[in-house]
Design a protein around this ligand. Structure first.
Ligand code: SF4
Length: 231
């Protein structure tokens, strides 16, 4: 992925960086796009979307970016669009969520030992952030990882999230290739676990089935329980 050549950056910088800034305007293209979307949909969130869930979570799920009618509308990751259907149902089934359905950021849903964020915090046109935008937003993900030492399993939804986690962890892309179900050791016992993204396209084409996604969560649970037993 473009942008890796400028690596590595100091992990100490990530300790000092904020994990989120709702007023961030680093990406001019995305800022202009959000303004245009806001004109058409004045009731939409149309700002960077913050991480959601348990701040002490051991499971951190990293998606790609807010969806137009999902997180960009409701202000909560994977809430209100198709991609959230399988994710929240699975989180609930595996004991990480208080409800199986997430359609409204005010619905009172809570996550237990799980947290969700995105590699890119602002809605990109056509769901395709540019490499420079992924790189610009990586400081926030790096700060979140650096300031969340209890996060043992980082579940990357898709290849872009996978690459963003490696970069935010101070690792080069060559550390491990994305593959559904693949595991990659990070520092201090942390594991990067890969899954295909639970997007409408992937689920409707059955590139990602419910069974495949649940198998990833079975593995995530096992990794978390193994880490707990090893303490
Ligand atoms: S994508 Fe990230 S870095 Fe770019 S403007 Fe949004 S919050 Fe800032």
């Amino acid at each position: 992925m473009a942008g890796y050549a400028e690596f590595p950056r100091s992990p100490f910088l990530f300790m000092m960086n904020p994990i989120f800034d709702v007023h961030c305007r680093r990406c001019a293209r995305l800022g202009s796009f959000l303004e245009a979307v806001r004109l058409d949909h004045p009731d939409y969130h149309c700002r960077p979307v913050p991480p959601f869930g348990d701040p002490r979570a051991r499971l951190l799920i990293v998606g790609l970016a807010p969806g137009l009618k999902g997180a960009n509308r409701t202000g909560r990751p994977f809430t209100g669009d198709h991609a959230g259907i399988l994710l929240y149902a699975t989180l609930y089934k595996f004991g990480f969520g208080s409800a199986a359905i997430s359609t409204d950021a005010q619905d009172g849903l809570r996550l237990d030992d799980a947290r969700i964020t995105n590699a890119v915090k602002c809605l990109p046109p056509a769901n395709k952030p540019l490499p420079a935008e992924i790189a610009a937003c990586n400081d926030y993900l790096g700060a979140e990882l650096a300031q969340s030492p209890q996060a043992r399993v980082i579940l990357a939804l898709g290849a872009i999230a996978h690459a963003a986690v490696l970069r935010a962890s101070g690792l080069r892309a060559s550390h491990g290739r994305f593959a559904h179900g693949a595991e990659h050791p990070l520092s201090a016992g942390r594991v990067l676990l890969d899954s295909y993204h639970c997007s409408r396209y992937n689920t409707q084409t059955r590139r990602l089935t419910t069974e495949m996604f649940e198998a990833v969560f079975v593995r995530a649970r096992a990794l978390l329980e193994g880490a707990a037993a090893a303490r």
